[in-house]
Design a protein around this ligand. Structure first.
Ligand SMILES: [Zn+2]
Length: 296
């Protein structure tokens, strides 16, 4: 029986303003209720400033089978690349968008393989030494990427990267665009996202629950269902992303959870109807299962 791999990924672990202890505990309780595993991309320099309690939540998570991935170093906009257009179009990114427009060559110049490598190493070591775990995956802050980032990730032997994104349409909704451009997702896109070397790429589909508002619930859910259908039909892992606090801070605090409860139930039904096994796994588990299977 084929598997449908559902990877619940969460960004901004430890980042001030986006990841309180209480919100992380509530999100973990949600994962337990739904019997899903979480991959929490954590910001190393923010982690260093957190209390012992926060750190023990992360250690507990690992012992319960969740995964900690690396989310940049300090979570500044240009430490690992340049954010994609749809992110720079967000209202709160206005100044950064202007900065990219006027300073692109300077930004690119500081993104050498050696600078990126030392930033990667610095962040990874902070997480590995304090949490006593092996960091296998990376996601760029604000989905910032550049060619040298992928070269450095391969050199540093990361198992996977998840900075690339399949569905910019979700940001059309966030950016209040009149027309939402829904992008098809295919196996061809998945293969094209892979880079040279041993590292694998697991692109995320989109962020659906960023301060989700009630009046955008249905349109966003339709999009998520479209993306899930595309992944299951193309036999590729489904990787949505949410953020620790923002999923709980829309105009109705439980809306984000309600959204995912519905999406998980939908995914389970869809998988059953296609005679596939629904598996809610961490990203590195998905990486192992998916790529060992496709090499058979
Ligand atoms: Zn982030």
């Amino acid at each position: 029986m084929k598997s449908f791999l559902f990877c619940f990924s969460t960004d901004d672990g430890c980042l001030d303003g986006y990841s309180t202890e209480a919100h992380l505990e509530r999100l973990l309780a949600f994962c337990e209720e739904e019997k899903i595993k979480m991959t929490l991309f954590t910001v190393p320099l923010s982690f260093e400033k957190k209390s012992k309690t926060y750190s023990s939540i992360l250690k507990n998570m690992i012992s319960q089978g969740h995964e900690i991935g690396q989310h940049g170093l300090e979570h500044t906009r240009f430490e690992f690349g340049i954010p994609p257009e749809m992110i720079l179009d967000l209202p709160h990114e206005k100044e950064n968008k202007e900065f990219v427009r006027t300073h692109r060559p300077e930004i690119e110049k500081q993104l050498s393989v050696s600078v990126i490598t030392s930033r990667l190493r610095n962040g990874r070591e902070i997480l590995e030494q304090n949490l006593n775990c092996k960091i296998k995956g990376f996601r760029g802050p604000c989905l910032s990427v550049c060619g040298n980032l992928f070269t450095a990730l391969v050199l540093e032997k990361y198992a996977y990267d998840s900075s690339k994104c399949f569905q910019p349409g979700a940001w059309d909704i966030l950016n209040n665009k009149k027309e939402i451009k829904i992008k098809p997702i295919t196996k061809k896109d998945f293969d094209a996202a892979q880079v040279k070397g041993d590292m694998k790429t697991l692109p995320l589909t989109a962020e659906y629950t960023w301060y989700l508002e009630k009046d955008k619930l249905e349109i966003t859910f339709d999009l998520a269902r479209h993306d899930l259908d595309a992944c299951i039909e193309n036999d590729i892992p489904f990787v949505p992303v949410c953020h620790v606090s923002p999923i709980q801070e829309g105009n109705e605090p439980l809306l984000g959870f309600e959204f995912y409860r519905r999406l998980i139930a939908y995914g389970q039904e869809k998988a059953a109807s296609m005679n596939k096994k629904f598996e809610a796994v961490t990203m590195s588990e998905a990486c192992n299962k998916f790529f060992s299977k496709s090499q058979e």
